[in-house]
Design a protein. Structure first.
Lengths: 167, 120
């Protein structure tokens, strides 16, 4: 099933990016899918060709999480992690986030707010960067899209498989 | 693409004037004078930005001594984009996988232990 609302992006302030996405499920379930490693692994694991060798979650304030993905063919690896600042199941999750291979300076703080209406959960994820420059570096990618018509072997690899068939 | 190349590319892209210059150059090559015009900036300050962009390999300058037109070099941008777009697509793609998982989890309590089949 394809979600009708899709992923929306906006910039509520100089230092923020806001992403919103609807899910056809109650919010306690969506929250669990973000915070229980055995569930996280079932969707955050990449499609065919990717492995997720590390999925660690220490779900308490001050606890750490760490995710590592690896492409089995070319060994390309990306990793992210951070610390939980606030955990209010099922409505709110605040954590720092940092990619190992960073394209922006400083850490970012992610705030996830889960709201439920008529069985649909809206996830609003705000990422606050340390500076406008850091935020702009992330947004610069939007502009670059105009430059190049054909991206991205990686995207094709990512799109080529389905998680569910693998389970 | 090595991290240091990425650093150089993104450092160059971190400035709004430089991004605007690149956006202008997408429409075709331009001289420093032509570039300075819409930005209400002096030629020396535009030249400073152009040096950064040239150093990052994002633009090249023509050999014509008088005009030295600037043109966009797409390759580093493509590489940077490939890297970043990978992240964005990654999340889009993962959210679709989460949709599938949520559907599956909600079906589970209704039917106990339905044999696993090709999902959705």
């Amino acid at each position: 099933m394809r979600n009708p609302a899709g992923l929306k992006m906006s910039t509520p302030s100089d230092r923020e990016i806001l992403m919103t996405r609807d899910f056809n499920a109650p919010r306690n379930l969506v929250f669990d899918c973000w915070t229980r490693p055995e569930l996280v692994k079932r969707w955050l694991l990449g499609p065919a060709g990717w492995s997720m060798p590390v999925c660690q979650i220490d779900l308490r304030v001050g606890g750490a999480y760490r995710f590592v993905w690896r492409h089995v063919l070319n060994g390309y690896e990306m990793a992210m992690g951070g610390l939980y600042h606030e955990i209010t199941r099922p409505s709110r999750l605040v954590a720092t986030e940092s990619f190992d291979e960073k394209w922006y300076t400083g850490d970012a703080l992610g705030t996830m707010v889960f709201t439920e209406r008529n069985g649909t959960t809206t996830l609003a994820q705000t990422i606050l960067y340390e500076s406008r420059e850091a935020r702009d570096m992330v947004l610069a990618s939007e502009m670059e899209k105009g430059v190049t018509a054909n991206f991205d072997r990686l995207a094709h690899l990512l799109e080529s498989g389905a998680l569910a068939s693998d389970a | 693409m090595t991290p240091s190349q990425l650093d150089v590319t993104f450092a160059a892209l971190a400035d709004p004037t430089r991004r605007a210059i690149l956006a202008r150059l997408m429409a075709g090559e331009a001289s420093v004078t032509e570039l300075a015009e819409p930005f209400a900036m002096t030629q020396p300050s535009i030249s400073k930005h152009l040096k950064v962009l040239e150093g990052a390999g994002l633009i090249s300058r023509g050999r014509d001594k008088q005009r030295r037109p600037c043109r966009l070099e797409a390759k580093p941008l493509e590489e940077a984009n490939e890297w970043l777009e990978g992240y964005r697509r990654f999340w889009e793609n993962r959210f679709q996988a989460l949709d599938a998982l949520l559907t599956e989890l909600q079906a589970e309590p209704a039917k106990t232990r339905r044999p696993k089949r090709g999902e959705h």
